[in-house]
Design a protein around this ligand. Structure first.
Ligand code: NAG
Ligand code: NAG
Ligand code: NAG
Length: 334
Protein backbone atom coordinates (compact mmCIF):
# COMPACT_ATOMS: atom_id res chain seq x y z
CA UNK A 1 0.00 0.00 0.00
CA UNK A 2 2.70 2.46 0.93
CA UNK A 3 4.59 1.64 -2.26
CA UNK A 4 1.49 2.60 -4.19
CA UNK A 5 1.25 5.92 -2.38
CA UNK A 6 4.89 6.59 -3.06
CA UNK A 7 4.34 5.82 -6.71
CA UNK A 8 1.65 8.48 -6.86
CA UNK A 9 4.07 10.94 -5.36
CA UNK A 10 6.57 10.09 -8.06
CA UNK A 11 4.20 11.18 -10.79
CA UNK A 12 3.53 14.48 -9.07
CA UNK A 13 7.24 15.09 -8.53
CA UNK A 14 8.40 14.36 -12.05
CA UNK A 15 7.98 17.85 -13.54
CA UNK A 16 10.17 19.28 -10.77
CA UNK A 17 12.71 16.52 -11.19
CA UNK A 18 13.00 17.07 -14.93
CA UNK A 19 13.34 20.81 -14.65
CA UNK A 20 16.44 20.57 -12.48
CA UNK A 21 17.80 17.87 -14.78
CA UNK A 22 20.07 15.70 -12.71
CA UNK A 23 21.08 18.19 -10.05
CA UNK A 24 21.14 15.72 -7.17
CA UNK A 25 21.44 18.43 -4.57
CA UNK A 26 18.03 19.75 -5.51
CA UNK A 27 15.49 17.05 -5.74
CA UNK A 28 15.38 15.10 -2.53
CA UNK A 29 12.22 15.72 -0.53
CA UNK A 30 10.57 14.74 2.72
CA UNK A 31 7.92 12.47 1.21
CA UNK A 32 7.23 10.08 -1.63
CA UNK A 33 9.75 8.44 -3.92
CA UNK A 34 12.42 11.05 -3.26
CA UNK A 35 11.68 11.04 0.48
CA UNK A 36 13.83 9.85 3.41
CA UNK A 37 13.35 6.11 2.71
CA UNK A 38 14.94 6.60 -0.70
CA UNK A 39 17.65 9.22 -0.07
CA UNK A 40 20.31 6.52 0.02
CA UNK A 41 19.19 5.18 -3.35
CA UNK A 42 18.98 8.50 -5.17
CA UNK A 43 22.71 9.15 -5.14
CA UNK A 44 25.53 6.69 -4.37
CA UNK A 45 27.21 9.40 -2.28
CA UNK A 46 24.24 9.35 0.05
CA UNK A 47 24.32 5.62 0.79
CA UNK A 48 24.74 6.27 4.53
CA UNK A 49 21.17 7.59 4.55
CA UNK A 50 20.04 3.98 4.07
CA UNK A 51 22.98 1.91 5.33
CA UNK A 52 24.30 4.03 8.19
CA UNK A 53 23.92 2.75 11.73
CA UNK A 54 24.71 6.00 13.52
CA UNK A 55 22.06 8.15 11.98
CA UNK A 56 19.98 11.08 13.21
CA UNK A 57 17.47 12.10 14.40
CA UNK A 58 16.59 9.64 17.15
CA UNK A 59 13.78 9.12 19.57
CA UNK A 60 15.27 9.93 22.98
CA UNK A 61 14.09 7.32 25.46
CA UNK A 62 14.29 8.82 28.97
CA UNK A 63 14.90 5.45 30.58
CA UNK A 64 17.76 4.59 28.21
CA UNK A 65 19.95 7.56 29.04
CA UNK A 66 23.34 7.20 30.65
CA UNK A 67 23.80 9.77 33.40
CA UNK A 68 27.21 11.44 33.07
CA UNK A 69 27.85 14.11 35.72
CA UNK A 70 31.11 15.11 34.00
CA UNK A 71 29.36 16.61 31.01
CA UNK A 72 30.11 20.33 31.25
CA UNK A 73 27.88 23.24 30.27
CA UNK A 74 28.09 24.27 26.61
CA UNK A 75 29.99 27.44 25.71
CA UNK A 76 28.53 29.62 22.95
CA UNK A 77 29.90 33.11 22.27
CA UNK A 78 27.28 35.77 22.78
CA UNK A 79 28.15 38.44 20.24
CA UNK A 80 25.49 39.25 17.67
CA UNK A 81 26.04 38.23 14.08
CA UNK A 82 24.59 39.02 10.70
CA UNK A 83 23.74 36.68 7.89
CA UNK A 84 21.29 35.55 5.24
CA UNK A 85 17.96 33.85 5.90
CA UNK A 86 16.85 31.69 3.00
CA UNK A 87 14.13 29.30 1.92
CA UNK A 88 16.20 26.62 0.19
CA UNK A 89 13.21 24.49 -0.76
CA UNK A 90 13.94 22.03 2.05
CA UNK A 91 14.11 24.21 5.11
CA UNK A 92 14.48 27.68 6.55
CA UNK A 93 18.21 28.32 6.73
CA UNK A 94 20.17 31.11 8.36
CA UNK A 95 23.81 31.25 7.31
CA UNK A 96 26.30 33.58 8.88
CA UNK A 97 28.15 36.06 6.73
CA UNK A 98 30.65 36.56 9.54
CA UNK A 99 34.14 35.69 8.57
CA UNK A 100 34.99 32.12 7.88
CA UNK A 101 38.24 32.63 9.70
CA UNK A 102 40.15 30.15 7.56
CA UNK A 103 39.05 31.57 4.27
CA UNK A 104 41.87 34.10 4.21
CA UNK A 105 44.61 31.65 4.87
CA UNK A 106 46.14 29.05 2.61
CA UNK A 107 46.97 25.58 3.88
CA UNK A 108 50.50 26.49 4.92
CA UNK A 109 49.44 29.48 7.01
CA UNK A 110 48.28 29.86 10.58
CA UNK A 111 44.70 28.87 11.17
CA UNK A 112 43.46 31.50 13.58
CA UNK A 113 43.37 34.53 11.34
CA UNK A 114 40.24 36.63 11.46
CA UNK A 115 38.83 38.85 8.76
CA UNK A 116 38.85 42.34 10.37
CA UNK A 117 35.89 43.52 8.30
CA UNK A 118 33.53 40.62 8.76
CA UNK A 119 34.22 39.97 12.43
CA UNK A 120 34.81 36.89 14.50
CA UNK A 121 32.84 33.68 14.11
CA UNK A 122 30.72 32.37 16.98
CA UNK A 123 32.64 29.78 18.98
CA UNK A 124 30.74 26.69 20.18
CA UNK A 125 32.77 24.56 22.56
CA UNK A 126 32.95 22.74 25.90
CA UNK A 127 29.99 20.51 26.82
CA UNK A 128 30.78 17.05 25.41
CA UNK A 129 33.04 18.59 22.74
CA UNK A 130 36.79 18.04 22.56
CA UNK A 131 37.28 20.68 19.85
CA UNK A 132 36.16 24.25 19.19
CA UNK A 133 33.48 24.64 16.56
CA UNK A 134 32.48 27.73 14.56
CA UNK A 135 28.83 28.50 14.02
CA UNK A 136 27.93 27.89 10.40
CA UNK A 137 24.18 27.71 9.91
CA UNK A 138 20.83 27.27 11.57
CA UNK A 139 17.80 25.30 10.36
CA UNK A 140 14.14 25.29 11.36
CA UNK A 141 12.13 22.09 10.95
CA UNK A 142 8.38 22.45 11.49
CA UNK A 143 5.07 20.69 10.97
CA UNK A 144 2.05 21.55 8.88
CA UNK A 145 0.01 20.69 11.98
CA UNK A 146 0.88 21.05 15.69
CA UNK A 147 1.11 17.29 16.23
CA UNK A 148 4.56 16.95 14.63
CA UNK A 149 7.42 18.94 13.11
CA UNK A 150 10.54 18.25 15.17
CA UNK A 151 13.17 15.73 14.08
CA UNK A 152 14.20 14.52 17.53
CA UNK A 153 11.47 13.05 19.68
CA UNK A 154 11.25 12.60 23.43
CA UNK A 155 9.81 9.26 24.46
CA UNK A 156 8.08 8.88 21.10
CA UNK A 157 6.55 12.35 21.11
CA UNK A 158 7.47 14.89 18.44
CA UNK A 159 7.31 18.65 19.02
CA UNK A 160 5.73 21.22 16.67
CA UNK A 161 9.17 22.44 15.53
CA UNK A 162 12.91 22.14 16.10
CA UNK A 163 15.77 24.57 15.76
CA UNK A 164 19.17 23.15 14.79
CA UNK A 165 22.35 25.15 15.23
CA UNK A 166 25.23 23.70 13.21
CA UNK A 167 28.91 24.41 13.76
CA UNK A 168 32.02 22.96 12.15
CA UNK A 169 35.24 21.87 13.85
CA UNK A 170 37.46 24.89 13.34
CA UNK A 171 40.42 23.32 15.14
CA UNK A 172 40.77 20.73 12.37
CA UNK A 173 38.93 21.95 9.28
CA UNK A 174 38.59 25.03 7.12
CA UNK A 175 34.88 25.12 6.40
CA UNK A 176 31.65 23.23 6.98
CA UNK A 177 31.62 21.37 3.66
CA UNK A 178 35.03 19.90 4.35
CA UNK A 179 34.18 19.21 8.00
CA UNK A 180 30.87 17.51 7.18
CA UNK A 181 32.78 14.60 5.65
CA UNK A 182 35.44 14.28 8.33
CA UNK A 183 35.79 12.81 11.81
CA UNK A 184 34.32 15.03 14.56
CA UNK A 185 33.46 17.48 11.81
CA UNK A 186 30.20 19.01 13.00
CA UNK A 187 28.23 19.83 16.11
CA UNK A 188 24.45 20.06 16.04
CA UNK A 189 22.75 21.87 18.91
CA UNK A 190 19.04 21.01 18.81
CA UNK A 191 16.43 23.06 20.64
CA UNK A 192 12.89 21.73 20.56
CA UNK A 193 10.19 24.31 19.95
CA UNK A 194 6.91 24.32 21.83
CA UNK A 195 3.86 26.50 21.21
CA UNK A 196 3.43 29.22 23.83
CA UNK A 197 2.61 32.86 24.36
CA UNK A 198 6.08 33.81 25.54
CA UNK A 199 8.10 33.49 22.35
CA UNK A 200 11.87 33.46 22.18
CA UNK A 201 12.74 36.93 20.83
CA UNK A 202 15.62 35.86 18.59
CA UNK A 203 13.45 33.16 17.05
CA UNK A 204 10.71 35.74 16.52
CA UNK A 205 13.27 37.96 14.81
CA UNK A 206 13.75 35.14 12.26
CA UNK A 207 10.11 34.09 11.85
CA UNK A 208 9.03 37.73 11.35
CA UNK A 209 10.80 37.49 7.98
CA UNK A 210 9.00 34.36 6.81
CA UNK A 211 6.81 36.34 4.39
CA UNK A 212 9.95 37.62 2.64
CA UNK A 213 11.16 34.10 1.90
CA UNK A 214 7.87 32.43 1.08
CA UNK A 215 9.26 30.75 -2.03
CA UNK A 216 12.32 28.66 -2.71
CA UNK A 217 15.44 30.66 -3.48
CA UNK A 218 14.24 33.83 -1.78
CA UNK A 219 16.52 35.29 0.86
CA UNK A 220 16.78 38.27 3.13
CA UNK A 221 19.49 39.86 5.24
CA UNK A 222 19.41 39.38 8.99
CA UNK A 223 21.34 41.82 11.15
CA UNK A 224 22.27 41.37 14.74
CA UNK A 225 21.09 37.88 15.64
CA UNK A 226 22.25 36.30 18.89
CA UNK A 227 22.73 32.55 18.55
CA UNK A 228 23.38 32.34 22.28
CA UNK A 229 19.96 33.85 23.10
CA UNK A 230 18.20 31.17 21.07
CA UNK A 231 19.11 28.70 23.78
CA UNK A 232 17.40 29.12 27.17
CA UNK A 233 20.11 27.44 29.21
CA UNK A 234 23.46 25.83 28.43
CA UNK A 235 23.76 23.56 31.46
CA UNK A 236 21.73 20.43 30.84
CA UNK A 237 21.30 18.41 27.69
CA UNK A 238 21.32 14.99 26.07
CA UNK A 239 24.18 14.09 23.71
CA UNK A 240 24.98 11.34 21.23
CA UNK A 241 27.03 10.70 18.08
CA UNK A 242 24.91 10.85 14.95
CA UNK A 243 24.59 12.20 11.45
CA UNK A 244 23.37 15.05 9.32
CA UNK A 245 19.59 14.73 9.03
CA UNK A 246 19.68 15.67 5.34
CA UNK A 247 21.58 13.99 2.50
CA UNK A 248 24.44 12.95 2.50
CA UNK A 249 23.61 11.83 6.10
CA UNK A 250 27.33 11.88 6.99
CA UNK A 251 27.99 10.35 10.40
CA UNK A 252 30.12 13.22 11.61
CA UNK A 253 27.80 15.12 13.94
CA UNK A 254 27.94 15.32 17.72
CA UNK A 255 24.34 16.10 18.65
CA UNK A 256 23.47 18.08 21.74
CA UNK A 257 19.74 18.18 22.44
CA UNK A 258 19.07 20.91 25.00
CA UNK A 259 16.95 20.08 28.00
CA UNK A 260 14.67 23.12 27.70
CA UNK A 261 12.37 24.04 24.83
CA UNK A 262 11.89 27.52 23.43
CA UNK A 263 8.50 28.91 22.55
CA UNK A 264 6.86 30.15 19.40
CA UNK A 265 3.33 31.52 19.14
CA UNK A 266 0.65 29.92 16.99
CA UNK A 267 0.77 33.01 14.76
CA UNK A 268 4.49 32.50 14.15
CA UNK A 269 3.88 28.89 13.24
CA UNK A 270 1.07 29.91 10.85
CA UNK A 271 3.43 32.32 9.11
CA UNK A 272 5.95 29.51 8.59
CA UNK A 273 3.22 27.25 7.24
CA UNK A 274 2.61 29.65 4.36
CA UNK A 275 6.08 28.92 3.04
CA UNK A 276 6.41 26.74 -0.06
CA UNK A 277 8.89 24.16 -1.40
CA UNK A 278 8.94 25.65 -4.88
CA UNK A 279 9.46 29.06 -6.43
CA UNK A 280 6.73 31.60 -7.19
CA UNK A 281 6.01 30.13 -10.63
CA UNK A 282 5.78 26.57 -9.36
CA UNK A 283 5.21 26.68 -5.58
CA UNK A 284 4.70 22.90 -5.26
CA UNK A 285 3.81 21.72 -1.75
CA UNK A 286 4.09 23.63 1.54
CA UNK A 287 7.57 23.63 3.10
CA UNK A 288 6.25 22.33 6.43
CA UNK A 289 6.73 18.71 7.53
CA UNK A 290 10.40 19.05 6.62
CA UNK A 291 11.55 16.54 9.20
CA UNK A 292 13.34 13.22 8.74
CA UNK A 293 11.71 10.34 10.67
CA UNK A 294 13.68 9.03 13.64
CA UNK A 295 16.38 6.44 12.96
CA UNK A 296 17.49 3.44 15.02
CA UNK A 297 19.79 4.00 17.98
CA UNK A 298 21.65 0.71 17.31
CA UNK A 299 23.20 0.48 20.78
CA UNK A 300 24.75 3.93 20.74
CA UNK A 301 25.26 5.50 24.13
CA UNK A 302 22.99 8.47 24.71
CA UNK A 303 24.38 10.50 27.61
CA UNK A 304 22.85 13.20 29.75
CA UNK A 305 23.89 15.44 32.62
CA UNK A 306 20.30 15.86 33.78
CA UNK A 307 20.27 14.47 37.28
CA UNK A 308 16.70 13.25 37.38
CA UNK A 309 17.00 11.57 40.74
CA UNK A 310 18.41 14.54 42.56
CA UNK A 311 15.84 16.96 41.21
CA UNK A 312 12.95 14.63 41.67
CA UNK A 313 13.65 13.62 45.26
CA UNK A 314 13.73 10.13 46.64
CA UNK A 315 10.05 9.33 46.38
CA UNK A 316 9.74 9.53 42.66
CA UNK A 317 12.91 8.71 40.76
CA UNK A 318 11.07 8.40 37.49
CA UNK A 319 12.64 10.08 34.51
CA UNK A 320 9.37 10.65 32.77
CA UNK A 321 7.70 12.64 35.49
CA UNK A 322 10.61 15.02 35.74
CA UNK A 323 11.20 15.90 32.14
CA UNK A 324 11.56 19.54 31.29
CA UNK A 325 9.74 18.71 28.10
CA UNK A 326 6.09 18.38 28.96
CA UNK A 327 5.29 15.65 26.50
CA UNK A 328 1.71 15.42 27.66
CA UNK A 329 1.00 19.12 27.56
CA UNK A 330 -2.11 20.15 25.73
CA UNK A 331 -0.05 21.89 23.06
CA UNK A 332 0.92 18.58 21.60
CA UNK A 333 -2.57 17.22 21.56
CA UNK A 334 -4.29 20.03 19.69
C1 NAG B 1 36.42 28.83 22.03
O1 NAG B 1 36.06 28.94 23.40
C2 NAG B 1 36.79 28.06 24.24
C3 NAG B 1 36.21 28.19 25.63
O2 NAG B 1 36.09 29.52 26.03
C4 NAG B 1 38.27 28.39 24.18
O3 NAG B 1 39.00 27.50 24.98
C5 NAG B 1 38.72 28.27 22.74
O4 NAG B 1 40.07 28.67 22.61
C6 NAG B 1 37.87 29.14 21.81
N1 NAG B 1 38.25 28.85 20.46
C7 NAG B 1 38.39 29.79 19.55
C8 NAG B 1 38.77 29.30 18.18
O5 NAG B 1 38.17 30.97 19.77
C1 NAG C 1 36.43 24.23 1.95
O1 NAG C 1 37.75 23.84 2.22
C2 NAG C 1 38.27 22.95 1.24
C3 NAG C 1 39.60 22.42 1.74
O2 NAG C 1 40.43 23.44 2.15
C4 NAG C 1 38.37 23.71 -0.09
O3 NAG C 1 38.90 22.87 -1.09
C5 NAG C 1 36.97 24.16 -0.49
O4 NAG C 1 37.03 24.94 -1.66
C6 NAG C 1 36.32 24.98 0.64
N1 NAG C 1 34.92 25.18 0.30
C7 NAG C 1 34.33 26.35 0.47
C8 NAG C 1 32.88 26.38 0.13
O5 NAG C 1 34.90 27.33 0.89
C1 NAG D 1 19.61 36.24 -2.54
O1 NAG D 1 18.64 36.58 -3.52
C2 NAG D 1 19.17 37.40 -4.56
C3 NAG D 1 18.01 37.87 -5.42
O2 NAG D 1 17.23 36.78 -5.83
C4 NAG D 1 20.23 36.61 -5.32
O3 NAG D 1 20.77 37.39 -6.36
C5 NAG D 1 21.32 36.21 -4.35
O4 NAG D 1 22.27 35.39 -5.00
C6 NAG D 1 20.76 35.48 -3.16
N1 NAG D 1 21.81 35.31 -2.17
C7 NAG D 1 22.07 34.16 -1.57
C8 NAG D 1 23.18 34.19 -0.59
O5 NAG D 1 21.44 33.15 -1.82
Amino acid sequence: MSVFIQFLHLTTLLPGVLSVSGNWEEWWTYDGISGPDFWGLLNPEWSLCNKGKRQSPIDIKPNHLLYDPFLRPIHIDDQKISGILENNGHSIVFRTTQSDKHRLTDSSRIFNEVDPVRGTPINISSGPLSYSYSFDSLYIHFGRTDSHGSEHRIDGTPFPAELQIIGYNSDLYRNSSEASRKTSGLVGVAVLIQIGDNPNLELRHLTSMAHLIRFKGQNTTVKSLSIRELIPQLETYITYEGSMTVPACSETVTWIVMNSPIFMTKQQLFSLRKMMQGDADSPKAPLGNNFRPTTKINHRVVRTNIDFKRKQGAECPSLKTNMHYQVNSRHLRT
